[in-house]
Structures are given as C-alpha cells and as structure tokens.
Design a protein around this ligand. Structure first.
Ligand code: HAM
Length: 423
C-alpha cells in the first residue's frame, strides 16, 4: 500500500517551527493592536463569483489558481485564494460601511500554483484592510505600520518597500492602449501565453519575468506619464508623509500587481534573501471594489503578509545569527554555572561588538560541547572544578585553529580581546 502523504503544496508545520510562527504572529498582532486595528474572522469558503468579480475574470488567480468545486446545494464554491474580497463582502453584508474601519485577519489561503520554496498551495496570510479613508494619510499609516512590524520582527534591514501608483480606473484605458500599441510592434517575438496576457491585461506585461519581455519593457510607455492629476498629487503627498515619518521606500514603476481591483497606490515589501519568491508583503488601494461588489462607493486599502515567507526570512536570519557567535563559555558542571556567567559578562563588557554565549540548561559535558560546536563559535572557554580551583580557564579552539590550552582566569578577557582583534 502506498504511503499517504500531505497534498502537494500543503505542508505540516512541526513543533520545531511552530514556536517561531507563534512568536511572529504575536509580534504582528501586538503592533496591529497598538495602531487600533481590530480582528475580523472570515469563512474559508466563499461563492466563486466573489473572486471572479473582485480579483478579475482575466487574472491568473481566477483563470488557473482557484480551488473551486460544486457544492451539494449552493452552486460553485471556492476556497479563498486571498482575504480582501471576503472582508469587503462581510462589510457590505453587515452594513458596516457608513463608519471607517481598521481591520485585520489571519488565516490560510489556497492557490493552485506550482509549489517551490516560499510558494505553496495552502499558505498563511495576516492581512489588513481599511475602509472609508480617501486621503494619502491612511496610505502612509499602513506603510508606517508595515515598517514598525518589520522592525519588531528584527527584519527591517531584510526588506525594501517598493511603491507605485496605478492612477484611477478612468486614467488607465489610455495607458492600456499605449502599451498595446507598443507591444504590437513585437507581436512576432511573443509566444502564445505572452500574447494571451497582452490581450487580457497589457499591464501584466510589466511584471513579466521573461528576460525578452523585460528588455522590451525598457522602451515601453511609462504608467506615470498617463496617471491623472489627482492620483499624481495623492502619490506625491504619500511620498512626503513617508519621508516625514522616516519610512524608506523606492518608486518602482513596474509594480502593477496580479489582482485587478487596485487603484492608485500599490506596493510590495520585497527581499533579496528568498530567491524567486521575493514579495513578503503586498497590497494597495482598491477604491472601486466596494461599489463593484454592491456596496456604497467607499475608498479602501490594505495589504497582506505572506507569513510562510516571513518565517523563511526569520529562519535565514536565525541561521546567520547562530553563525555569528564568537565565544561560547561552558561550565563543565552546574557547579561552575555562576563562574561561567561571570566570565561571559566580563567578556561582553570588554568586547561589546562580539557575540558571547554562555551555556544554559544542564547536561553532560559531551552535550554541552555539542551545543558549543553547533553555535558556530570559534572558541569554547571551559570552566570545570579544577579550573575554578586553580583560577584558570581552558580555551578550546573549535575550528581547527590549534591546540587546546589553559590560561590564567585574570588574563581570559585580555586573551579574548586579542583573539577577536586577530580574527
Ligand atoms: P497577494 O500579493 O496576492 O495580495 O498576496 C499577499 C502576499 O501573500 C504576497 O506578498 C506573498 O508574500 C504571499 N503569497 C501569495 N501567494 C503565495 C503562495 N502561493 N505561497 C506563499 N505565499 C504567498 C493579496 O492577497 C491581497 N489580498 C493583499 C491585499 C490586501 N491587498 C489589499 N488588501
């Protein structure tokens, strides 16, 4: 009998990683709370029509990626591929649009994509949606909150905020036409899929990964030249506010996003540390969506963290941190724990730039040395009963840098400074 396995693209998260997930979720939720955002919980299943009407009939998401099936009674249902549409549906259904709302949700999303590192068929998002605010101050608030979350996660130097404006739905047809005319010249160089993409949504040509198309794009008309005056002013105001708030960003005119509901501000927080799946959090304004789904016209905006990618980033960082240990201080038994902690403290004080880890948790000497080795440290400093009695410390090189020897306890800090400087 063949062994039963999890469905392709759907992962089990084992206890080794769930503590990291819990930590990240707690950090993010506490920031959301401090900005005044409230949780909304939404169903996993929605009517298929919700997504074709919101994300757009011609998008990859609707054409190729949805898990849809016929319900026994309710027609076609879809396992949510994203959270925005369901959130807007709920606000309309519960008549919550007369007052502005600041909301967040967390949960699994489902997309039939080709699985690879950072891309799964069941993945987790923490998403944020704001309704009822027209001006750029809310765009700035959302992006500042994004930055504060990255900072709280210790990842702000791992991500870049890339920003663009798509203008309004009214200003877009002229740009679509200009793009169509431009790519028409290259018709012979496009394959069937690229031609289909061009016809369905010419803007999606801009975020194509194909090197041929990327080359063509360099000479293509620029979206910014077609954007209406108000959207341009909105974008400039957002830039001013972000600069004033100390939120760094780069303008990337090629960000167009894969869902059709966006208007004006669109953005992605990207990283260079995860390979091809470089967007770790993304979103934008969707001022027309509420009306399109049957609600009173209401401006709105939001974004979603791809939590699987956030966790991958944290794991990459944790691996780097582990390698950054310089000295690992080992009490040989629990009796020497305090002496070892004193030594580690003195070393940290003398060498604030170095990373000094003191062993914690009991265990046999073999297990302690294993941890010292695993920490990536260059040297272990050992303190046993004999060492303490003789006021000496044993220095054990862990990376083939010579012999083990013992030194005076009073010289241990000096020795650490010298070996750190020599490194
Ligand atoms: P999205 O860009 O499709 O936007 O997804 C948001 C984030 O989810 C991405 O930046 C990425 O980190 C993560 N993600 C997407 N697909 C996968 C996948 N297959 N595997 C792992 N992670 C993935 C939305 O979903 C919008 N609803 C965001 C939004 C909220 N816009 C306005 N409000």
């Amino acid at each position: 009998m063949s062994q039963l396995k999890a469905v392709r693209g759907m992962r089990d998260l084992m206890p080794e990683v769930t503590s990291l997930w819990q930590h990240a979720e707690t950090v993010i939720k506490s920031q959301l709370h401090s900005f005044g955002y409230q949780e909304i919980r939404l169903p996993v299943l929605e009517a298929t029509e919700l997504f074709s009407r919101s994300a757009g009939e011609a998008t990859d998401l609707v054409q190729k990626e949805m898990y849809s099936f016929a319900d026994r009674s309710d027609g076609s249902l879809t396992m949510r591929p994203e959270g925005t549409a369901g959130c807007v549906r709920a606000l309309i259904q519960h008549s919550r649009l007369s007052q502005p709302a600041r909301l967040w949700y967390a949960g699994s999303m489902f997309r039939y994509e080709r699985p690879q590192k950072g891309r799964y068929r069941q993945f987790e998002q923490i998403g944020v949606e704001v309704t009822g605010y027209q001006s750029a101050d809310i765009d700035a608030e959302l992006l500042e909150m994004g930055l504060r979350i990255w900072q709280a996660l210790g990842l702000s130097d791992a991500v870049t905020l890339e920003l663009n404006t798509l203008g309004t739905a009214q200003s877009r047809p002229a740009y679509r036409q200009a793009l169509l005319d431009y790519f028409e010249r290259y018709r012979a160089d496009l394959d069937a899929e690229q031609l289909a993409r061009l016809t369905a949504n010419p803007l999606r040509m801009l975020d194509s990964k194909s090197p041929t198309i990327r080359k063509m794009i360099q000479g293509a008309p620029k979206l910014m030249d077609f954007v209406d005056k108000e959207s341009r002013a909105h974008f400039d105001r957002l830039g001013e506010l972000l600069t004033g708030l100390g939120v760094p960003f780069v303008v990337n005119p090629l960000i167009v996003r894969g869902l059709d509901y966006y208007t004006r501000t669109v953005f992605e927080w990207t990283t260079t540390e995860l390979g091809a799946q470089n967007a770790v959090c993304s979103g934008g304004r969707y001022d027309d969506l509420v009306a399109k789904l049957g609600g009173a016209p209401t401006p709105a905006m939001g974004f979603a963290f791809g939590m699987d990618r956030v966790i991958l980033l944290m794991q990459e960082r944790a691996a780097q941190i582990a390698q950054a240990v310089d000295f690992y201080v080992v009490p040989i038994t629990d009796a020497e724990q305090l002496s070892a902690m004193h030594l580690a403290s003195e070393m940290r004080e003398a060498l604030p730039e170095a990373c000094v880890v003191c062993h914690a948790g009991s265990g046999k000497i073999k297990a302690r040395m294993k941890q010292a080795d695993r920490s990536g440290a260059s040297f272990a400093l050992l303190l046993g009963e004999e060492e303490v009695k003789a006021k000496r410390v044993t220095v054990k090189p862990l990376r083939d840098q010579g012999q083990q020897n013992t030194i005076e306890r009073t010289e241990a800090v000096e020795w650490a400074i010298k070996s750190w400087r020599a490194d």
